[in-house]
Design a protein around this ligand. Structure first.
Ligand SMILES: [Zn+2]
Ligand SMILES: [Zn+2]
Length: 182
């Protein structure tokens, strides 16, 4: 990837992600658009949530920019294999669903394969994200509930402590998922 002048916040996403690629720019643009549509700021706590329907490079930029992270519990992964990103604010229940449309800069088919990714990145950064994301508002019925601190209990087979919601009841025993599978 040739050198490009990138906005500072995109540089941060690239530093976190490890490389510049169309995927990280897609996530960057989705996060920008989603937060703009909801008038939301980066989530310090859990007021903003993101639901991603893919586990591509894009999700790293989403986490970096929106503050919706796996560890904080306000990033939800739905393994649907779609370039779809939903954002919602808990305080008012507003949500927006973004679906990526094909990134086809003019003349892209004449561009050598190795330069296409570069062209796609340039195209995305030169246009407003609303031009390549289809946007639907208020499509999320009920929001996933806020993360709670749950008590942990020992597995009756291996003895390791397990979040109570992940224990499985087998007869009179509580088993962790790996023990239950064996
Ligand atoms: Zn990447
Ligand atoms: Zn166990």
């Amino acid at each position: 990837m040739q050198e490009m002048n990138l906005p500072d916040d995109l540089e941060q996403c690239v530093a976190f992600h490890g490389h510049l690629c169309p995927g990280v720019v897609i996530g960057y643009c989705a996060a920008k658009l989603g937060m703009r549509e909801l008038s939301a700021k980066r989530a310090g706590d859990e007021e903003l949530i993101a639901i991603v329907e893919n586990d591509t490079c894009a999700v790293d930029a989403i986490q970096m920019l929106t503050g919706c992270t796996f560890g904080k519990g306000n990033l939800y992964f739905r393994d649907y294999g779609k370039m779809v990103f939903l954002f919602a604010t808990r305080s008012n229940g507003r949500s927006v669903r973004l679906r990526l449309q094909p990134i086809t800069p003019p003349g892209i088919s004449d561009v050598p394969e190795d330069q296409r990714r570069c062209r796609q990145i340039e195209f995305m950064l030169a246009h407003d994200p609303s031009e390549f994301f289809e946007t639907r508002k208020d499509t999320l019925g009920s929001l996933p509930s806020a993360a709670r601190i749950r008590e942990s209990l020992p597995c009756d087979n291996c003895g390791e402590m397990v979040m109570s919601t992940r224990l499985r009841r087998r007869g009179d025993r509580n088993l962790c998922i790996p023990c239950d599978k064996n």
